[in-house]
Design a protein. Structure first.
Lengths: 109, 119
C-alpha cells in the first residue's frame, strides 16, 4: 500500500478555500486515493475518493494529476466546523487501509 | 449511508481484567471488519483484519493472544483486550467495508470508537 506524505498542520480562516496536498509517489496502479476527516474522539469519516483527474461531491473536490503521484483535497469556504485532521490514503479497495500522519487543519474566525 | 456502531463508547477497568468491545454494522452486512487503535495526537494504527467465520489476520507487532478478535456474524465483530494493563489504554476504532448500491467503490465505514482506560 502506498506511503503518503502530507503537511502536519495548516491554518485557515472562515470562508477561505483550503487545499491540502498529499504526495504518494509509489501509488499502485489499482489504488484509489481516498480522503478521510476525523474529529477528536470520533472515528474517521469518508470525504471523497478518486482515481485520476477531478472528482467533486457536495463537500469537497479532489484533484489528481495524470501521474497520480500526488493529490489535492480542496475544501471550499471552510467554516469553524471543518477544524479536524484530514487523512490521505492509497486504497486498493481490498479493505486494508494504512493511515499516515494526517494534516491537522485549524480554521479560525 | 451505512452505520457502524461500537459498544461501549468508553470503559474504565482495573489492571488485569479483560474488556470486550463490540463492533456492529447496523444496516449492511460486512464480511470484513477492521480494528484500529489510536493514541492521543497520533494516527490510526491498524491492528487486525477480522473475517467472518475465520481467524483474524493480525498486523506485525500486534499480539493475537492479547487482542482476541471474533467475527461471529456478518454484522458483529468483537475485540477482547485480555489482562489489560495501563499501556493498553487507547482509543479503539473499528471499521467495515461494503459495496453499496449506487457506489462504484467499496467505501469503508468507521465506528465512533471506544475509549479504554486501564487503571
Amino acid at each position: 500500500l502506498a506511503k503518503t506524505t502530507q503537511p502536519i498542520s495548516m491554518d485557515s480562516y472562515e470562508g477561505q478555500e483550503v487545499n491540502i496536498t498529499c504526495s504518494h509517489n509509489n501509488i499502485a496502479t489499482n489504488d484509489y486515493i481516498t480522503w478521510y476527516q476525523q474529529f477528536p474522539s470520533q472515528g474517521p469519516r469518508f470525504i471523497i475518493q478518486g482515481y485520476k483527474t477531478k472528482v467533486t461531491n457536495e463537500v469537497a473536490s479532489l484533484f489528481i494529476p495524470a501521474d497520480r503521484k500526488s493529490s489535492t483535497l480542496s475544501l471550499p469556504r471552510v467554516s469553524l466546523s471543518d477544524t479536524a485532521v484530514y487523512y490521505c490514503l492509497g486504497d486498493n479497495q481490498g479493505g486494508k487501509l494504512i493511515f499516515g500522519q494526517g494534516t491537522e487543519l485549524s480554521v479560525k474566525p | 449511508g451505512a452505520v457502524v456502531s461500537q459498544h461501549p463508547s468508553r470503559v474504565i477497568c482495573k489492571s488485569g481484567t479483560s474488556v470486550k468491545i463490540e463492533c456492529r454494522s447496523l444496516d449492511f452486512q460486512a464480511t470484513t471488519m477492521f480494528w484500529y487503535r489510536q493514541f492521543p495526537k497520533k494516527s490510526l494504527m491498524l491492528m487486525a483484519t477480522s473475517n467472518e467465520g475465520s481467524k483474524a489476520t493480525y498486523e506485525q507487532g500486534v499480539e493475537k493472544d492479547k487482542f482476541l478478535i471474533n467475527h461471529a456474524s456478518l454484522t458483529l465483530s468483537t475485540l477482547t483486550v485480555t489482562s489489560a494493563h495501563p499501556e493498553d489504554s487507547s482509543f479503539y476504532i473499528c471499521s467495515a467495508s461494503a459495496g453499496l448500491a449506487g457506489h462504484s467503490y467499496n467505501e469503508q465505514f468507521f465506528g465512533p470508537g471506544t475509549r479504554l482506560t486501564v487503571l
